[in-house]
Design a protein around this ligand. Sequence first.
Ligand code: AMP
Ligand code: TRP
Length: 350
Amino acid sequence: MAFVERVFSGVQPTGNLHLGNYLGAIVNFVKLQETHNCIYCVVDMHAITQGVDVWGGPAELARNTREVTAAFIASGIDPKKHIVFNQSQVAGHAELAWIFNCVARIGWLNRMTQFKEKAGKDRENASVGLYDYPVLMAADILLYRATHVPVGEDQKQHLELSRDIAQKFNNDFGDSIRGHGIADGLFFPLPEPLITGPATRVMSLRDGTKKMSKSEPSDNSRINLTDDADTIAQKIRKAKTDPEPLPSEEKGLETRPEADNLVGIYAALAGIGKQEVLKEFGGGQFSNFKNALVDVCIAKLSPIAAEMKRLVADPGHVDQILVDGANRARTIADETMRAAKDVVGFIRQR
Ligand code: AMP
Ligand code: TRP
């Protein structure tokens, strides 16, 4: 079947949206609106896969769901032209995930590094949902037959699994798919990851070898989208560096993770390449560069933080955006689910 190009991506409402989420994902979400039909999902069902102590309980989940929605909109996502909704409002995600549970193999899931990281040493005590997380993610994407998925570098392996699931479904049900009128036997597209820009993996401000993350205990390790100007300035001034001046060539960043990270952040925020950043700041001291970084960071993030604040102050309005988005998402999802049920052999009302 010929697939129309469609973009899908998701962000978990687990608190502390940070510069990594913004540069690795949201900036690309915004840009893709110009060229594609886009669906952006607040994945609240993924958010509850770790212990309730991690996701914070019902009130916190609802608050975070509205906050991610506000971040999308404040960053420039247009919920009227595209679709913004929270996952749990469209039943098809869970339904398709069940079919995919029976397509995906345990051996495939056993290779997922994110599960190993998140489950830690006490794997017996991890939730079944955490283990199954990448299967739900495949369902998110394929429920809309999305062809392109903008994500940060850390989601690459999950995207490969989504492709494997799509391919195995197409193979396992090939005859039935053709029997239902899809002559080429391709029921699902193989979704392509879009991992682009100079900041696909933003690192911690305290340790250039660790990813910037929502769950890192030290708040100084990340810049949150809701940080005020003074906090941003303080965190950047305190950020770890090395004693050398900045290099003039990108090659000089190779063994200097902290410098590489800060240059990458600057490049991404300013919308230029790392080489251009080094042309301007190479040979100079970190302090000058950090001052410039503070300026560009505040210039980009402050208006977003202000708009987020305005939006979350009106939860009724945000909820209405999510309901409206879910209604439109459901129209597409229901069509896929009806066809998928026919292909699998599930009887349904006609
Ligand atoms: P999550 O908060 O785990 O739902 O992630 C939402 C999006 O942000 C995904 O596309 C991630 O790949 C991306 N992301 C998360 N952390 C980082 C980071 N440190 N650098 C770049 N992208 C990131
Ligand atoms: N697993 C993604 C993350 O942690 C979030 C996510 C869930 C997602 N479903 C998705 C991303 C579908 C892209 C497409 O970042």
